[in-house]
Design a protein around this ligand. Sequence first.
Ligand SMILES: Cc1cc2nc3c(=O)[nH]c(=O)nc-3n(C[C@H](O)[C@H](O)[C@H](O)COP(=O)(O)O)c2cc1C
Length: 242
Amino acid sequence: MLPRHTRSEIQRRLQKSSPSSEPAKILILYGSLRPNSFSRLLANQVAEILQYFDAEVRLFDPADLPLYDGVNFEHPKVHQLREWSAWSQGQVWISPEIHGNISAVFKNQIDWLPLDQSATRATQGKTLAVMQISGGSQSFNTVNSLRVLGRWMRMFTIPNQSSIAKAWQEFDELGRLKDSSFRDRVIDVLEELVKTTILLRGQSDYLTERFSEAKGEQLVAAEGTVKNTVVSCGLAGSHKVA
Ligand SMILES: Cc1cc2nc3c(=O)[nH]c(=O)nc-3n(C[C@H](O)[C@H](O)[C@H](O)COP(=O)(O)O)c2cc1C
């Protein structure tokens, strides 16, 4: 059994959803509770640049989000996070590098996102841009971990990414990114994210359809059809349906 994927069928399905002219809806998550967090400064800057690109932006504050326990779903911060994630068409994830990996504060937010919503990941098909803040020299450990997480959440992670090394020297006294190649890269990433989000939204349900998941339902439907045919031909009982 193979999925019916002809070129004309793919084109027909892709052309079905017309691109909307509404702003791209982007959720920003960052992973630090430090009062002077550079991740938060970067998140603020990202929000500003995205708005400049005409996106609608929500920036989630991880303060007071409880630790994931699989129970506290009615907590207002949990509710807000899950609702904002559902609202978004794309996301920006910013984590500081802590011991060569993402921070616990960041991971806790992802842990609260629902895994399944009627058999699909709730984040499935949304676009994602990943960024990291490091106190030390240039590293890609954290953006790589974020990419793994994005794959697990079945998101379309864009190729470009930002890793800001020695973050303590990259922001001015007003908390804004200084003019630098790091700032240029952040702009590049966000431009790519907005373009990709506009391109993919409306298509993501079709793009993330999986043969392996649809197969069970198709088999049940096909068995039903064969059985009905057998019954209507008066063959029931004389032939086994394979
Ligand atoms: C426990 C701990 C571990 C850290 N590990 C790393 C690391 O592996 N690599 C690195 O470049 N910086 C490391 N740092 C520095 C942080 O990335 C840096 O302080 C960053 O600014 C923290 O993010 P924030 O400003 O958003 O709170 C570490 C800091 C702490 C407190």
